[in-house]
Ligand binder design. Structure first.
Ligand code: PRX
Length: 653
């Protein structure tokens, strides 16, 4: 946090006038009631959900297992689609633009409902039943949202893998989730190129063991080549489009899993967090409504990919549950020109733009003349998510995109939390550039001493925790309940029974929260979570690399970048000495290796070769020193616990 007093922007009267939560008093009373009369509060809010069977208990909580709306039965897809058919059947649910200019589609609620039913029937024909896992590796097209909804309709559990992930990452997720069907597409347009997706799936299916019996293939561009394996692969035309447009939603238990989403932690193995039905839907519904102050004629655009949690909660579920028309865009923000975003906002009269600090910083770097060429008058509310937003980027967004009349809703949350935990209410909260402000109703935050777990009060930085369960909390790590308990709910005796976010934060003297970033070995590159251990385990898969350490460095656009230090094998050194290999090609291969194992978005900014990595007596790599070296070019810290460490050991070859 900067030392000077932050700017304060009071709520705009033109927003407050029609806002669902129109004053700080109302917001505060919601928060108070959520804690003092928990059951009554959630029972009241749960009335937006259509239950087939009413629940008999709001919350059963036995650390770390929560059952929200216990005993209830519902179907999430019915709540997002069927519920709107009567009043909003002809309303546009999704407006879509492909990256190649001029490609636009619109789907009404009726059309999206029919498409979802067809996909459900196609999945069912492949033997998918309640509880089965379906891996989704798709571009940003309406069919992706419909596939997620189709799984929800059947009670199948989707696990969406971001299209930038490698075949190895797909293979790991197939094994861990035990998915039996994959839904994918031939490819997608990105920066003017057709990026293949199906061939990545084909490659994943040749790796390791898996339980996949069929692959449904959507054709994004029928003119592109797309190899199909007979008996395993099914075209969209024959499987989906020929299926019936009707399928009854299956009533599910409130606590049946809805989806698994993999995210990075501190080990080399990503965690499959899973979320369940009623609590997740309730939070997706109300957080969308409150934070983006949903109005009937809004056009909402969340720029995330459906492969991340933001794309789940604020594309696939929250807007649909609210009957909110949304815009979806396939490609790169700067293609074919750098003002593509601003053009689309004017073209579709978008009212709400929810994006990331990385995107904002990228737009900043190409100058304010570009947005200035566009009206942007339709915008009403702006949002930010994924990483701390620096006040410079906040102000730029506020002035150049929001023209000082659109509140910025900075939402702090995680894959694990299922929806926004800390954020201003646009008609009620005083904004401070860089602060996500206050907890949502029912979110009992605290900042505590990382060693003792004792509350630090205001003005001191510490570990951010959540003291009470909330409806959209992840219910577990797929197949690894012990890891879930240990990582989040009982990480140490000082943190027994409270939720550890892993973030460093501080409350200011008015109780507004400033989140600084991760306290653990997790990096946040362009808002994407990447574990240092994952990068390291990818690197040591290279034949010439003996050991590796990855550290985060500040990056003007991406927020954080990755620098890796690698120690080579003796054979590699001999090959270099004899001229068979050269250092530059090893460095390039090391970057490529990370791209192959994880995905291009995780490629390091820089690869440095060290003679030996610095270690503690117990053999732990001293990342702190490497970070200093990567950032400052020198080491000033205390090195007394190092063994066999000399300054020489860190100099580059
Ligand atoms: O460090 C926090 C940061 O992103 C992490 C969660 O990443 P992920 O699970 O991928 O979810 C991202 C989308 C919700 C957090 O632990 N983070 C997310 N939003 C913010 C943030 N840090 C500061 N301010 C935010 N608004």
């Amino acid at each position: 946090m900067s030392t000077h007093k932050p700017a304060k922007i009071p709520p705009f009267p033109h927003i407050a006038a029609s806002a669902h939560i129109s004053s700080e008093t109302v917001r505060q009373s919601f928060c108070d009631t959520a804690l003092s009369q928990r059951d009554a509060f959630w029972t009241q809010l749960s009335k937006v959900i259509k239950f087939h069977k009413p629940f008999n208990e709001v919350l059963e909580w036995k650390v770390p297992r929560a059952s929200w709306f216990k005993g209830g039965e519902l179907n999430v897809s019915e709540n997002c689609l069927d519920r709107h058919l009567r009043d909003r059947g002809d309303k546009t649910a999704i407006i879509w633009e492909g990256e190649p200019e001029g490609q636009t589609r619109k789907l009404t609620w009726s059309e999206l409902h029919a498409l979802t039913c067809r996909i459900s029937n196609a999945l069912h024909a492949q033997g998918v039943v309640k509880g089965d896992r379906v891996l989704v590796y798709m571009p940003m097209v309406p069919e992706t949202v419909a596939t997620m909804q189709a799984c929800a309709r059947l009670g199948a559990i989707h696990t969406v893998v971001f299209g930038g992930f490698s075949s190895q990452s797909i293979s790991d997720r197939l094994q861990d989730s035990g998915a039996k069907v994959i839904v994918t597409a031939d490819g997608t347009y990105r920066k003017g190129r057709f990026m293949k997706l199906k061939s990545v799936v084909d490659e994943a299916l040749t790796k390791g063991s898996h339980s996949v019996t069929s692959v449904l293939v959507f054709r994004r561009d029928a003119a592109q080549e797309c190899a199909m394996t007979a008996g395993r692969d099914f075209s969209w035309e024959e499987s989906v489009l020929k299926a019936s447009p009707a399928r009854a939603p299956l009533p599910l238990d409130s606590e049946d899993p809805l989806f698994i989403l993999y995210t990075s932690g501190t080990t080399g193995k990503p965690k499959g967090l899973y979320h369940t039905q009623a609590g997740y839907l309730l939070w997706a519904h109300w957080s969308t409504r409150w934070l983006f102050d949903v109005q009937d004629n809004d056009i909402f655009w969340c720029t995330a990919d459906c492969g991340w949690i933001t794309g789940h909660t604020y594309i696939a579920y929250g807007p649909l549950s609210n009957g909110l028309t949304q815009f979806m865009y396939e490609g790169a923000p700067t293609h074919p020109h750098k003002d593509r975003f601003w053009e689309m906002i004017d073209r579709h009269k978008i009212s709400t733009l929810y994006t990331s600090p990385t995107a904002i910083r990228m737009f900043m770097s190409s100058g304010e003349e570009l947005p200035a060429k566009h009206s942007l008058a339709s915008l009403r509310i702006l949002g930010s998510v994924g990483e701390p937003i620096n006040p410079e980027a906040w102000n730029w967004f506020f002035e150049n995109i929001g023209h000082k009349r659109c509140p910025i809703v900075d939402t702090y949350w995680q894959t694990e939390t299922g929806g926004a935990m800390v954020a201003p209410f646009p008609g009620a909260t005083v904004l401070k550039p860089g602060s996500a402000t206050k907890g949502l109703p029912g979110v009992l935050l605290d900042v505590v001493d990382p060693d003792t777990g004792k509350s630090l009060g205001r003005g001191k930085k510490g570990a951010l925790i959540i003291r009470e369960p909330w409806p959209s909390m992840a219910r577990g790590i797929w197949g690894d309940p012990a890891r879930f308990e240990k990582t989040y709910w009982r990480s140490s005796p000082a943190f027994d029974g409270v939720y550890l976010t892993g973030d460093l934060a501080m409350f200011d003297d008015e109780g507004d929260l400033w989140v600084e970033g991760r306290m653990d070995d997790v990096l946040n590159v362009s808002g994407h979570r990447i574990g240092t251990a994952e990068v390291e385990s990818a690197l040591v898969g290279h034949q010439d690399i003996y050991e590796a350490a990855a550290v985060g460095v500040p990056d003007a656009i991406k927020g954080q970048g990755i620098v890796v230090f690698v120690e080579l094998t003796e054979k590699a050194y001999r090959d270099i000495a004899s001229g068979k290999r050269d250092i530059d090609s090893i460095k390039n291969e090391a970057r490529e290796q990370v791209g192959l194992e994880i995905g291009s978005f995780a490629k390091p900014n820089e690869v440095r070769i060290a003679k030996a990595l610095p270690k503690t007596r117990s053999g732990k790599i001293m990342r702190r020193l490497l970070r200093e070296l990567a950032v400052n070019g020198e080491i000033r810290g205390d090195t007394s616990t190092l063994e066999d460490f000399s300054k020489d050991a860190l100099t580059e070859e």
